[in-house]
Design a protein around this ligand. Structure first.
Ligand code: TNX
Length: 539
């Protein structure tokens, strides 16, 4: 008797699970830890399941929904005055994002929330194990509360809040007749990796301050937290260095194809850094050397063996230029440049290049990268270099490798930290397929699925991985529309690889959420590649 009673219960439980799984508005998700253990099974309402990228660590649906209305205020409370002020800025950012489409005023108020119907952003009660970027977002019919250990975590949670609203929220003018609701839920979230980056090559083609800011803002909505600017190459030097004005006057005066180029003044660079910092995005400046240096060699004769300036270069070849690795003139110049940049760049990192130095003898290369890494460290910066920087005996574990090819054994042996940017997976300048209009294919084609279906641990041991970065090289990318097209919709996938543990990621499930991002990107004016695999061929 007992036995058959037990199995009746099992059958009933199974049937209940099947009914739940088949209920159209509900999807079952299973959340796993990075070690692969299941920690929670939750139910997601369709809208939320479709929209949040990167996928939160855990999501538990509640009852009902919160409806944002004209009386909604944003309350902020930190653990001290300074933190409260920082949260005011996060709240103002949120208001800036929610006001245009809703037309609501969304007052920002310091202090305790006493009424219903509000959004609360607070670090009071935040827990250390949430880390810098983790947050908890609790939504019920009476309001939304985001709690985090740090304001940065609140900012990441604010991105989740934005994505939990209907896609019309991203329109830039008032939309009438929409219910601005957020499904009730408890979301507990934090990232897998601390480095989740986008690189923009502003050297091959120059992009204006506003174009760069726009990309930072777009990337921040997917919780990208680093933007690396490739500020010098053969075709252009893009940052004002006061001691060497010709770097920008001459070296910044052109670009691939012979266009007018351009550069950022130090004030403009600081403006970009501040804009990014408001979005908790760190700007990492790069000066590529000892190769990729023609723009500098064209600006100052003393950097060349014959004392003569090189001609400016507007082609797309790589590997022909080099600094003199055996001249103190070179190192004095680099010291001056790094000193000036260190003063205006708050990032703890500086990127010193190191790739494709095909015209630099290996011995000179090894000495050069070691010496330049030490100059960076002298100015308090942690150097990052492209491979093959790790092959120099002068490079030790305090230098970070940005890996674009698959080999990194020397770095692993030295226990260097690694940022994975493998060209066949992460290069935003590779074409989606052979018919897409822009981009290259030397590292292979990178359809949206290929861009999503990998993990940093495919390329390096987990304990050495800082995270990943997707570089957009711009030899053949000339304007904002083309830039958008190459970055989107691949970047949300890279953002998810960096944020969501490998064991909770699945292409078929992700594809559905990515589809939901299409209308948001459209509302934001992003010229994304409307992959027929995701949006259908008629879209
Ligand atoms: C290789 S990857 C480069 C860049 C090019 C890119 C084009 C790397 C560190 N160097 O100079 O722009 O290929 O895809």
């Amino acid at each position: 008797m007992k036995k058959s009673g037990e199995s009746t219960w099992k059958v009933m439980a199974l049937m209940l699970m099947m009914v739940l799984a088949l209920t159209p508005m509900i999807a079952v998700i299973t959340v796993m830890t990075s070690e692969g253990g299941i920690v929670q099974t939750a139910f997601m309402s369709d809208r939320t399941a479709n929209n949040i990228i990167p996928k939160p660590l855990s999501y538990e649906a509640g009852k009902g929904k919160f409806i944002l209305n004209k009386n909604t205020s944003i309350y902020v409370k930190g653990n001290n005055e300074e933190e409260t002020e920082e949260l005011v800025k996060v709240a103002e950012f949120l208001r800036e994002k929610l006001s245009p489409a809703t037309g609501y005023e969304l007052k920002v108020i310091k202090g305790e929330n006493t009424a219903k119907g509000n959004i609360i952003l607070t670090t009071v009660g935040g827990e250390e194990n949430q880390g810098t970027e983790g947050y908890k977002m609790v939504t019920d019919p009476s309001g939304v509360t985001i709690t985090a250990f740090k304001p940065e975590g609140i900012f990441r949670g604010v991105q989740t809040l934005r994505q939990s609203l209907p896609a019309d929220i991203d329109k830039s003018t008032i939309v009438k007749g929409v219910e601005w609701s957020i499904p009730a839920a408890t979301i507990v979230d934090k990232p897998e990796y601390s480095y989740r980056g986008l690189m923009i090559d502003v050297a091959r083609h120059f992009f204006t301050v506003d174009e760069v800011k726009r990309q930072i803002d777009l990337a921040a909505q997917y919780k990208i937290n680093k933007v690396h600017l490739h500020l010098s190459d053969d075709q252009g030097w893009r940052l004002e260095i006061k001691k060497y004005p010709d770097l920008t006057l001459i070296g910044g005066s052109t670009e691939v194809g012979g266009g007018p180029g351009g550069y950022y003044t130090q004030e403009q660079f600081k403006d970009i850094v501040d804009y990014a910092a408001k979005r908790y995005v760190e700007i990492i400046p790069e000066f590529d050397m000892p190769g990729h240096t023609n723009a500098a060699l064209a600006s100052y004769g003393f950097l060349n063996p014959d004392g003569q300036k090189k001609p400016l270069y507007t082609g797309t070849k790589v590997g022909f230029s080099t600094f003199m690795t055996d001249s103190e003139k070179t190192y004095n110049f680099i010291d001056d440049v790094i000193k000036e940049v260190s003063e205006i760049s708050p990032s703890k990192y500086i990127h010193i290049g190191g790739d494709e130095a095909d015209s630099t003898p290996k011995e000179g290369y090894d000495y050069f990268v070691g010496r330049v890494a030490k100059i960076a460290q002298k100015y308090g910066k942690e150097p990052i270099g492209w491979d093959p920087i790790e092959t120099s005996p002068e490079i030790t574990s305090d230098v970070i490798l940005q890996n674009w090819r698959d080999s990194n054994s020397a770095a692993v042996e030295k226990k260097m930290k690694i940022i994975t940017s493998n060209a066949s997976k992460a290069y935003l300048d590779m074409k989606y397929n052979k018919d897409t209009p822009y981009g290259l294919d030397w590292a292979g084609l990178i359809p949206v699925e290929t861009a999503y279906n990998w993990d940093p641990t495919d390329f390096a041991p987990k304990e050495l991985v800082l995270g990943l970065e997707a570089p957009l090289w711009t030899e053949f990318i000339e304007d904002q529309d083309q830039m958008d097209y190459m970055i989107y919709p691949r970047l949300p996938g890279y953002a998810e690889i960096g944020w969501t543990p490998k064991a909770s990621r699945d292409w078929e499930e992700y594809k559905v959420r990515l589809k939901g991002q299409g209308s948001r990107l459209e509302n934001e004016g992003v010229n994304y590649y409307k992959d027929p695999e995701i949006w259908g061929s008629t879209n």
